[in-house]
Design a protein around this ligand. Structure first.
Ligand SMILES: Cc1cc2nc3c(=O)[nH]c(=O)nc-3n(C[C@H](O)[C@H](O)[C@H](O)COP(=O)(O)OP(=O)(O)OC[C@H]3O[C@@H](n4cnc5c(N)ncnc54)[C@H](O)[C@@H]3O)c2cc1C
Ligand code: SF4
Length: 485
């Protein structure tokens, strides 16, 4: 039997044909030389790789490059980046198998997508529900509705500083983690390898056992509360009722199908409401697979598209996660979350970080690279459609129907940030002007021509012309530029 080469994001049993399959793992330092990753991400990936190396028939090779480590005939599951796929194809004696770790097969996605004018999540999600018989009662969606999003957009509970949800069980570090930490310290000291963000106790699973414990806890204790405040933010509760499973799923420690089955079983058993189970399953069977397939379906040049001609470089305070430089309470808190944990949930990513970058006209490829490096669950395949397409609208709308630009009113409604902020979300001009509110109008004015045909923006664009102080707002935001707000 040929040894199975597992990349560091292919660590779970579903990447093998039998539990006894001999394995090759490669730990390459060169990966960390190319980019300054978050320190906790480097720790998590190396810890997961080395924990996996301690199980079963595994050969772990430490090498500068992957090519050096490949010295025998191997099989490998389709890797998750174009560069890795190119390498696998070039190496003699390496047989590439179809991808694993996602639900829908590539050929199914292509047959679904070919010939469509617009690729939209909702259509793909319904296709995938039917195709994989998930949350279906015969030919109909369970409960009679495909989409329970309308039930899942509640603001945070008034006056609460956290959601009343049991926290995820902590992971306990061991001597492998200690050795990883010592190695990373040495690489920083002696090899000039740089990281961003703060080191800290490992927060996310590095083993299959830890990942399964988190999954079980989520399904029984947290999923029942997942739905309603899915989009809400609280300064005292970074986790809310989210699953925190993305790092484990993306490392390959959990099979997305077993996560989906866990959520559906909880709904069928009556322990989780449909809105929560549907909302959660939509994230994985829908969003995660959709984003994965778009990475391969769109042409390689897609990652460099820049339809809104956003050419500003990322400012240093943002690139270096310097939250202390920021006075805007929402942005300071979210940036501090990235610095201290390498993770914030979906809405801070989209509506605080991505929204700010979009409003300020930062380069989409630089924003994408920043997300990739700074998040514990960041991988190239996740970035392209999430950041370039959805968050920065740099593809002109090939995968989403409008840009995710919003002013302070949205953040005020969906969080507790604005109360304690030096800015006022209702004010767009003057010393109290909220940078998101003023930035929103400035974004719309800058792209009025490009966005004119977008029917979802008709009313905001009409509103733009009713602003009597527009010129002054635009001058103010031009002067603010990319400075820390
Ligand atoms: C600008 C931006 C950048 C993002 N970067 C990443 C990233 O680097 N890695 C990443 O895994 N997700 C990314 N996402 C998607 C999403 O924000 C995270 O998957 C989610 O916040 C992870 O936390 P969770 O596990 O608690 O998610 P939950 O809210 O509990 O959702 C369950 C699961 O659904 C999946 N999921 C949900 N939405 C997406 C999505 N849009 N794309 C891919 N998977 C999704 C994840 O596997 C997640 O674990 C990004 C989204 C945006 C808007
Ligand atoms: S007022 Fe503006 S900057 Fe301050 S927290 Fe609210 S949205 Fe953020």
């Amino acid at each position: 039997m040929r040894r199975r080469w597992l990349f560091a994001d292919q660590l779970g049993p579903h990447f093998l044909d039998t539990p006894e399959h001999p394995v090759l793992l490669v730990e390459s330092k060169a990966v960390f030389r190319r980019r300054a990753f978050h320190r906790q991400k480097a720790h998590l990936v190396l810890s997961a790789l080395r924990h996996r190396a301690a199980e079963g028939d595994v050969r772990l090779v430490r090498a500068e490059t992957y090519a050096e480590a490949v010295t025998e005939p191997l099989t490998v599951c389709h890797p998750t980046s174009r560069a890795a796929r190119g390498l696998v194809r070039r190496l003699p004696g390496v047989e590439m198998l179809p991808p694993r770790g996602f639900v829908t097969a590539p050929q199914d996605f292509v047959s679904w997508a070919d010939g469509r004018d617009h690729l939209r999540l909702e259509d793909f999600y319904r296709y995938a529900r039917r195709r994989h018989d998930v949350l279906m009662d015969g030919a109909e969606p369970a409960g009679g509705r495909w989409n329970l999003d309308a039930d899942n957009r509640e603001p945070p509970p008034r006056g609460a500083d956290h959601l009343d949800v049991p926290p995820p069980p902590p992971v306990v570090e061991d001597e492998i983690d200690d050795r990883v930490r010592a190695d990373l310290d040495r690489w920083q000291r002696e090899d000039g390898i740089a990281f961003v963000g703060n080191d800290g106790p490992r927060l996310f699973p590095a083993t299959r056992e830890e990942a399964l414990a988190r999954l079980r806890h989520f399904v029984t204790e947290r999923l029942p509360s997942f739905g309603p405040q899915e989009d809400a933010m609280l300064s005292g509760d970074p986790w809310m009722a989210h699953s925190l499973l993305s790092p484990a799923i993306n490392l390959g420690l959990l099979d997305p199908l077993e996560v989906i089955e866990g959520a559906e079983s909880a709904y069928r058993a009556g322990s989780a409401p449909l809105a929560g189970a549907e909302g959660f399953i939509r994230q994985i069977l829908g969003w995660r697979d959709f984003i994965w397939h778009l990475y391969w379906y769109f042409e390689p040049e897609y990652r460099a598209v820049n339809e809104l001609a956003a050419h500003r470089q990322l400012p240093r305070w943002f690139a270096e996660l310097d939250a202390r430089a920021v006075g805007a309470r929402c942005l300071a808190d979210v940036l501090a979350g990235v610095r201290d944990r390498g993770w914030v949930h979906h809405i801070p990513r989209l509506m605080v970080l991505g929204n700010y970058a979009l409003q300020r006209g930062w380069r989409p490829d630089a924003v994408s690279d920043w997300f990739h490096r700074s998040f514990v669950d960041g991988y190239e395949w996740v970035m392209t459609a999430n950041v370039v397409g959805m968050s920065q609208f740099a593809d002109g709308g090939r995968m989403s129907s409008k840009p995710y630009a919003a002013g302070g009113a949205y953040i005020n409604r969906m969080s507790d940030y604005c109360g304690g902020c030096r800015y006022d979300p209702k004010v767009r001009l003057g010393a109290d002007a909220c940078p998101y509110t003023a930035g929103y109008w400035s974004f719309l004015a800058r792209h009025e021509h490009a966005l004119a045909g977008n029917h979802r923006l008709r009313r905001p664009l009409q509103g733009l012309h009713r602003l009597t102080d527009l010129d002054a707002v635009l001058a103010q935001e031009k002067a603010r530029g990319s400075r820390a707000p």
